[in-house]
Design a protein around this ligand. Structure first.
Ligand SMILES: Nc1ncnc2c1ncn2[C@@H]1O[C@H](COP(=O)(O)OP(=O)(O)O)[C@@H](O)[C@H]1O
Ligand SMILES: [Mg+2]
Length: 385
């Protein structure tokens, strides 16, 4: 495995020579280049060596680099390691501090430890969203969840997996020049800088790989989707997928996904669809990997959460309230509402995103409503038919 290492802020070539003596070929950059690395889409070295021996100040940008790119390992070289500096370095997310005198053994020891950690490092997580039926609000949910993940300072990639005419770019207000087709046609040259050229940065900080505005001339190759998703996992903390429910190749390649969310609403046809999609996905993967969530939730609707659970044989993971005004305005403006709205729908999305990242204190309680006899009869019949 090639290890990419960048040295930043070194006044002379001594450190570079020590890294070379450890068998690596470092790139050398100036202190101002650190700012460029803070960008969510900036290609990252595996190991970043920041040399502060001359001034002893940890650059503020280092904190941001680590927040945006938790996978980047950071080594700090210092003239003297005081307890204060060590504390500050820990807070900035520095992995290793090397004080003077710098030796080949000290430098190569630190690099070996980091390389060993990297090979066992936790990779990024993929969350997939698939609608039980068209129009239930799947894209709206996926776009706003991804934007919220990016707002929580996580590098986030959104892939609109519709082989043609997906509308996530419209919701993001983005105008992509390239698309999923270009990525799948070029899986052999998927490195970060190439991939970066295919994506667009959205206002909320999400990197978007859009759906093409034409029909692909060749069928989707599942192997290429897997390569694309593997690339995503290695390069982004979170990847959000907006999946078409009627494309077997897309639904058959989700082994890397942490969770596949089946999005339904409280209409009979949607619940029926949710049952079918959730069953098929649970059979293909495992039941633990599939979660049913309710969009446009209305607690006084005839079909309640318990009714849906009865039909889909799984608990409903989350409900998102209905707010047509906010949803449509955001869509028309090409501005995910999570960036400006503070209503109940946005609150639910924030809580949901926190749960995904594992920093939720508590999920909001879901409202449950009483079943309606006749309707339930029909739903149970659907579930068993
Ligand atoms: N929580 C919600 N409350 C009210 N309307 C919503 C909500 N989520 C989405 N919508 C509206 O529903 C319609 C379909 O949304 P969309 O996200 O495109 O659905 P899908 O991707 O499932 O086809 C849009 O007009 C959107 O504004
Ligand atoms: Mg959609």
């Amino acid at each position: 495995m090639a290890v990419h290492i960048t040295i930043i802020g070194s006044p002379d070539r001594k450190l570079e020579e020590l890294v070379r003596a450890s068998g690596l070929r470092p790139a050398v950059a100036s202190a101002v280049d650190l700012l460029a690395l803070t960008h969510p889409a900036a290609p990252q070295p595996d190991i970043l060596v920041v040399d502060i021996r001359t001034h002893g100040q940890i650059p503020a940008a280092l904190n941001v680099v680590k927040r945006q790119h938790p996978g980047t390992s950071i080594v700090l070289t210092v003239s003297q390691l005081t307890p204060e500096l060590m504390l500050e370095a820990m807070r900035a997310g520095v992995n290793e501090c090397l004080p003077e005198p710098l030796t080949v053994d000290a430098v190569s020891g630190a690099i070996s430890r980091l390389v060993a950690q990297r090979t066992t490092a936790v990779s990024g997580q993929v969350f997939a969203f698939v609608g039980a039926k068209g129009g239930v609000g799947t894209t709206t949910l996926a776009v706003n969840v991804a934007t919220q993940l990016a707002r929580q300072q996580h590098s986030t990639l959104f892939v609109d997996m519709h082989p043609s005419y997906g509308d996530a770019a419209v919701q993001f207000g983005a105008e992509p020049r390239f698309s999923l087709t270009d990525a799948l046609d070029n899986t052999h040259r998927l490195d970060f800088s190439f991939f970066n050229g295919l994506t667009v940065q959205t206002k909320g900080g999400v990197t978007l790989l859009a759906s093409p505005d034409n029909t692909p001339t060749t069928p989707i190759d599942p192997h290429r989707i897997r390569l694309l998703l593997d690339f995503a996992v290695r390069n982004y903390r979170y990847t959000v997928l907006d999946l078409p429910r009627s494309n077997p190749a897309m639904l058959d390649t989700l082994e890397v996904a942490q969770t596949i969310f089946v999005v339904t609403n409280q209409e009979l046809a949607a619940v029926r669809g949710a049952c079918r999609v959730a069953e098929a996905l649970s059979r293909r993967y495992t039941r633990d990997k599939v979660s049913v969530v309710v969009s446009r939730f209305d607690k006084s609707a005839e079909i309640g959460v318990e009714d849906i659970e009865d039909v889909v044989h799984a608990s409903v993971g989350f409900t998102f309230p209905s707010d047509y005004r906010v949803a449509v305005q955001a869509l028309n403006e090409g501005n995910p509402f999570i960036l400006s709205d503070r209503g109940k729908l946005s609150e639910a999305i924030v809580a949901f995103a926190r749960q995904l990242t594992g920093d939720a204190n508590e999920a909001p309680a879901m409202s449950r409503v009483k079943a309606f006899g006749a309707r339930i009869g029909a739903l149970r019949w659907l579930a068993t038919s």
